[in-house]
Design a binder for this molecule. Structure first.
Ligand SMILES: [Zn+2]
Length: 304
């Protein structure tokens, strides 16, 4: 049996015991609703190891789609598969067992993963709905959509909007999310040309989506400045969750087709970029020149 050192394991009490999974029965001192056993543990992790698998999440724009798909079937093995490819979602907790005082392992709870899968899935559904019925057009929503639309409700006097989403998956993981805001806030956030008629769904839904996605970005994505060779602002996701939401944001803003990978294999800028023109193939002038240099060299055009 070839067991890869990168594989994640969970122990078996009460859960699938196949796939060499070991559920960690440890508890930390900080247990909250979203952070509880069983734990998904990287057994090979030493204290000195980096907590996250070294990866370049921005070069893989399909992460949000894969994560969304995982939400339809969040079994332990499917989550572990995703985890072994991309690492932990956020910052894993140090786990202390009942016989020792020091922490040998870090882990994330299965509940935490499932909770974020449900939450992300709810934003994805909302976005797909908004995308399908722009401006709340006079189209008649189908039954799935009616379900999504029900999440938005207006107060009787149309002065407040409530967003409420409750969901429990087949494993008993439940999400109970709600937020409310007044129509004033809405009007400040959208242009005067965009009118918000009492009872409408479109703008409130868009607002909730923007606010909630922005909250995640603020937490996990950092801003950097590139000085050389081109001056630019760069966004760096610090966690997998940040990368997932950043890709999702880009999709909301410009559609997935605006995202691209720099075709220069030696690109030093993370390769991922947003196209300014449809036919743009490189993230920068430097990459374009470098790529042409190497391709002409390999064709033997540049000979000294
Ligand atoms: Zn590049």
């Amino acid at each position: 049996m070839n067991k890869q050192s990168s594989s994640l394991e969970v122990n078996n009490s009460g859960y699938q015991s196949d796939d060499k999974l070991v559920l960690a029965p440890w508890f930390t001192t900080e247990l909250s609703d979203n952070v509880r056993p069983p734990w998904l543990v990287q057994v090979t992790n030493k204290k000195s190891d980096t907590q996250f698998k070294q990866y370049d999440p921005m070069s893989y724009k399909n992460i949000p789609i894969d994560f969304y798909q995982l939400s339809f079937n969040p079994t332990v093995s499917n989550i572990i598969n995703f985890m072994s490819q991309w690492g932990f979602l956020h910052a894993p907790y140090p786990l202390i067992d009942q016989w020792s005082t020091s922490s040998n392992y870090v882990g994330e709870s299965l509940y935490y993963w499932r909770y974020h899968l449900i939450l992300f899935s709810s934003w994805m559904q909302l976005w797909k709905f908004i995308d399908k019925y722009p401006q709340g057009a006079n189209s008649v929503p189908d039954s799935d959509d009616v379900d999504i639309e029900k999440r938005i409700s207006w107060s009787r006097d149309y002065r407040k909007i409530h967003y409420k989403y409750q969901f429990t998956d087949a494993y008993g993981t439940s999400l109970d999310f709600s937020t409310s805001f007044d129509t004033h806030t809405l009007k400040e956030n959208f242009g005067p040309a965009e009118s918000i008629s009492p009872g409408s769904f479109y703008f409130p839904a868009l607002f909730v989506l923007k606010e909630q996605v922005a909250a995640v970005l603020t937490k996990y994505v950092h801003v950097g400045i590139d000085l050389h060779p081109h001056q630019n602002i760069r966004l760096y996701p610090e966690t997998l969750l940040g990368a997932i939401y950043l890709h999702f944001t880009l999709a909301i803003l410009g559609g997935a087709e605006k995202q691209a990978l720099c075709e220069n294999t030696f690109c030093k800028y993370g390769r991922f970029f947003i196209k300014k023109r449809r036919d743009q193939r490189f993230c920068s002038k430097m990459c374009r020149e470098q790529a042409f240099y190497y391709s002409s060299k390999s064709k033997g055009v540049v000979t000294m």
